[in-house]
Design a protein around this ligand. Sequence first.
Ligand code: G3D
Ligand code: MG
Length: 219
Amino acid sequence: MYHLFKGLYMYATSKEEYSILLLGLDNAGKTTLLEQFKALHSATLHPKLKTVPTVGQNVSTITLPDMYLKIWDVGGQHSLRGLWQSYFASCHAIVFVIDSSDVGDADLTKLGDRNAEDEVDGRLEECRMVLEDVLQHEDTEGVPLLVLANKQDREDCVEVVRIKEGLVRKVFEGEKGGAVRDSRVLPCSALTGTGVKEAVDWLCSRVKWNKEARPPVMR
Ligand code: G3D
Ligand code: MG
């Protein structure tokens, strides 16, 4: 009898848990964003906006009414990017964070057509290559992708529409674009918190939508 009640109790109180992987170049704002995600669903917590470069990983679970989101912030320095792939098979969605103030004043339409000697200010090309590598990996096939054009509070930022048309669309249309998947590009500021709720809302709806392909863990 005890076991029956325990089983019923566990069933009634358990929730689906989905893992979200935060990726992007170093300094894009991933750790700051994780702080905002944590603060969004806590009445008392204030986001800790002073970050230090991430060595290894930060992980936090946020509790929503109908699910847990376990968010993995994995270091974005070049030397740490090799570790990302070990998270691909078990994640339910990927958030790729871009520093919109560090893609240069680039003519985004020429992305990928540059000659090696062209001067490139900003890290647009690097961003493109890293995103392509992520999407091309077999373990990310079909995983929903949210691209966040972060640092939209900065005066020198590139507008989200330019990042969408110039960078993201090109990656998807290119031969390394990978398989069909749910994707969205949203503007945000991890510093002010603008756009963070919209990002979480999109993630929640998409992981649920994709749950047959990537089932959640029950907790
Ligand atoms: P990372 O984890 O992707 O490497 P961090 O990036 O979250 O550590 O952020 C790197 C720097 O960018 C931090 O500044 C942080 O405050 C800043 N930053 C992150 N998001 C935003 C944003 O939306 N707007 C602005 N203006 N700055 C942001 P410091 O000075 O500590 O290096
Ligand atoms: Mg970090």
